[in-house]
Unconditional design. Structure first.
Length: 529
């Protein structure tokens, strides 16, 4: 089964499984298919993280996160007075980190793939040539971004054509098809060297960017140890730094372990309060301690220490909200989140893959590499551009996540796998910037504590607290009115926001059948056999 943000990508992944390919093969095919069918977040110009568990229970993670170019510096988004220059880390050529997706897929295929590489890239090429029929949502995304595409490119990118896009239009990607052909024929070198690298370097010169051919040559996706945790009878396998996701998720689950959330009830005042108080404390840790482990020491053991987490919860008073300012000072505004994408795969052999991949914001930096047909990420905004200054997700950070040459920016992406009784149980993840961690947290609790099906669990409305700003952000129906009143009387600030996140997950049922959860907030779809 493949569950992804786009029906064409799910279909392509599933067809690879049908051909006898394994979950890793299907991952490669789905990643490239999403770059075509879901350009808002699917990518070859971005990066991601992958968590796997094979049929023997062996686990691992692949970090194909973007890196800062060698010419990047700590204050590159500040003016001479030290003020952050609005938009410089989010739009245009300087916002892009060195892309990691292609090297990630190559490394995955070399280690775990079964079918030939070309077979896995070809379906995306065919799709790019033949075109993808736009849904209502996609046409809207494209039209909403037209101005930004024109502002951030010297040429007119084909995604910003003159007349507005409409549902039912076919969007073809001929130049992207050629780039994918070079990747099909030359693997890593098809992207990080030769014509594609030339086109990227030229694009950088044209737009005042700093990614060089040397940066492309130097890029390396990296296998890393997973973050392991447990929650009641479940084992949690998730992504470690440079993502904060796995550590934060395991912290949250460990902090909930002493409580019987199932008994308190879904979205009861007590459940919401306990989850919020844990989230506030976990995001404060994130801002202070986490960064690229190749550059900063991340105190993983200490952060996951049960006694430490218990002591963090000891300051929770159920009579009233803990002000975030007393957890750690600061009060900051919040911006809307954009797009990333997650997909979950389980194959007929029992292997499971959980992948979250991104350009960061919707369509990344909006910079389209002229002649190569793909968008570059704006992942540099995930660094702390200045201590205490919030990024596009309202997240703050300090030294641990400061910009440095070749460093990876801190992420919230949380591709996760759960085991129960030593067997594969759930594959889960989502986009949503800072809300990724709490959405994965809730999807797990919805199944494990509240007895929902996988589909109900991903569809259920969500809420989120990230320490700063000090408020519970919630989807319209996420918290019942009477519970909201109780929370407000205890000093919580509530902020309604539009629906966020696209959780795509797979649950293994006791009879071995797979149950999909495809998030109804998007065009997400499951395909299986
Ligand atoms: O790595 C991160 O945490 C962010 N770049 C993810 C961005 C994201 O999820 C945007 N999608 N809604």
């Amino acid at each position: 089964m493949v569950v992804s943000a786009h029906p064409e990508a799910s279909r392509i992944g599933m067809e690879i499984l049908r051909k006898g390919g394994n979950a890793y093969d299907a991952t490669v095919a789905t990643q490239f298919a999403l770059a075509v069918a879901f350009p808002v977040a699917g990518n070859i110009g971005g990066g991601g993280f992958l968590v796997y568990r094979d049929h023997n229970g062996q686990t691992g993670t692949l970090d194909y996160r973007e890196k800062a170019p060698a010419a990047a510096s700590e204050t590159m988004y500040q003016d001479s007075a030290g003020n952050v220059i609005e938009g410089l880390s989010t739009d245009g050529h300087l916002a892009a980190g060195v892309p990691g997706s292609v090297d990630g897929m190559v490394k995955l295929h070399q280690k775990l793939g079964k079918l030939p590489w070309a077979v896995l890239v070809q379906p995306a090429i065919d799709l790019a040539k033949q075109g993808v029929v736009l849904t209502e949502k996609e046409a809207q995304y494209l039209n909403n971004t037209k101005e930004a595409f024109l502002r951030n490119n010297k040429h007119i990118p084909y995604l910003a054509r003159e007349q507005a896009w409409q549902a039912g239009d076919t969007l073809r990607h001929p130049e992207l098809a050629q780039t994918l052909e070079r990747i099909r024929d030359n693997g890593r070198e098809g992207f990080y060297a030769g014509q594609t690298a030339d086109l990227i370097a030229r694009e950088m010169e044209r737009g005042g960017g700093i990614i060089t051919k040397q940066d492309l040559q130097n890029y390396n996706a990296t296998w890393r140890e997973p973050i392991m945790g447990k929650y009641k009878g479940y084992k949690v396998i998730s992504m470690g730094p440079p993502s904060s996701g796995g550590i934060a998720l395991v912290q949250l689950l460990t902090m909930m372990e002493p409580y019987d959330l199932g008994k308190y009830g879904w979205q009861s005042a007590k459940s919401v309060q306990l989850m919020t108080e844990a989230e506030r404390r976990v995001y404060a840790d994130r801002a202070t301690y986490l960064g690229d482990p190749d550059f900063v020491q991340t105190p993983v053991q200490q952060l996951l220490d049960e006694a430490y987490l218990k002591s963090r919860m000891a300051t929770v008073d159920l009579a009233k909200a803990t002000p975030s300012a007393s957890v750690k000072a600061g009060a900051l505004p919040m911006h809307e989140s954009d797009q990333t994408t997650h997909f979950s795969i389980v194959d007929q052999y029992g292997n499971a893959v959980s992948v979250t991949t991104t350009l960061n914001g919707a369509y990344g930096s909006k910079v389209m590499v002229e002649g190569a047909g793909f968008l570059l990420n704006n992942e540099m905004d995930d660094f702390s551009v200045k201590p205490g200054v919030p990024n596009m997700f309202g997240l703050v950070g300090g030294k641990a996540n400061a910009i440095a040459p070749n460093k990876r920016m801190l992420s919230s992406m949380t591709p996760t796998i759960l085991e129960k009784d030593g067997k594969l149980y759930m594959v889960v993840g989502t986009p949503g910037g800072s809300t990724i961690i709490t959405s994965v947290f809730q999807a797990i609790l919805n199944v494990v504590e509240h007895g929902m099906t996988m589909q109900q669990a991903v569809a259920a409305p969500r809420f989120h607290h990230q320490w700063l700003p000090d408020e519970i952000q919630h989807e319209p129906e996420a918290i019942p009115a009477d519970v909201r009143a109780i929370l407000i009387s205890k000093g919580y600030k509530l902020e309604e926001r539009s629906p966020y996140g696209r959780v795509d997950a797979i649950l293994v049922l006791p009879n071995g059948k797979l149950e999909a959860g495809a998030d109804p907030r998007g065009d997400d779809a499951a395909a299986g056999f």
